[in-house]
Design a protein around this ligand. Structure first.
Ligand SMILES: [Zn+2]
Length: 236
């Protein structure tokens, strides 16, 4: 028994190191903005008054249809706006991903150019994409995102210490650990050879910044972050 246990642990640890993972953070629904909540509340009230005026009151009030329409619009609008800022976030080996219904909007670490805070949101600027994440409802996810940024691509971090200090300290039991599968890599070019990646299976990714290489052109060190790549790349 004394011999078997360390062997088992070592095997599990090595398997874990090879499998790309990310942390999934469901949004906190307790942070509905006051203004959005107020619009929704007024909308619901107007809708109720409109329904009463149109279908219950005798005779029907002439303005009731407008109340119904405006109330419904405000109510639906407030729910949509609230949902926009409340998508689950993922942070891990592949970068950051925002869950949008059945799809994931991903930005790889290697594509990020600047991360900064503007009016309560964290803004991630990348090649061809910008992600704006409200900080308060995503505080734990953003704390992890910034910790990973410091570890992986510190040069792009442009967030003031005052903002960082307000975030909770990342804990190992934060979020839910999920394996990274189905990465969209086909269509990208190998950073080393510029060869077009046509099959996901041909791609090899840097463990630190997720830079993409063709399996036949993996360099000794990552061209983006200088991480040693020999035997350390991953693929999905
Ligand atoms: Zn790299």
């Amino acid at each position: 028994m004394a011999e078997r246990k360390p062997k088992k642990q070592a095997k599990r640890a090595s398997q874990r190191a090879k499998e790309p993972i990310e942390r999934r953070f469901p949004p906190s629904r307790t942070h509905m903005r006051t203004a959005t909540a107020l619009v929704g509340f007024v909308g619901a009230f107007m809708l109720g008054a409109g329904v009463f005026g149109q279908w219950i009151r005798e005779p029907a009030a002439s303005f009731a249809p407008y109340l119904v329409a405006a109330g419904a619009l405000m109510l639906v609008g407030s729910l949509v706006i609230n949902d926009l800022g409340l998508s689950a976030l993922r942070v891990g080996d592949a970068g950051v991903a925002l869950e949008k219904r059945s799809e994931l909007e991903r930005i790889a670490w290697c594509d990020m150019q600047r991360i900064h805070a503007v009016k309560g949101s964290l803004v991630i600027e990348a090649q061809g994409a910008t992600l704006r994440l409200p900080i308060r409802p995503n505080a734990v996810a953003i704390a992890w995102l910034l910790r990973e940024t410091v570890r992986r691509i510190p040069d792009v971090l442009d967030v003031k210490a005052a903002v960082m200090d307000q975030l909770p300290k990342p804990r190992e039991d934060d979020g839910e650990l999920v394996p990274i599968r189905m990465l969209q890599i086909a269509g990208r070019r190998c950073k080393e050879s510029e060869k077009l990646i046509t099959f996901e299976a041909d791609a090899r990714l840097c463990p630190k910044c997720a830079q993409v290489y063709h399996k036949e052109s993996v360099p000794q060190h990552c061209a983006t972050c200088r991480e040693g790549l020999a035997g350390r790349t991953w693929h999905t």
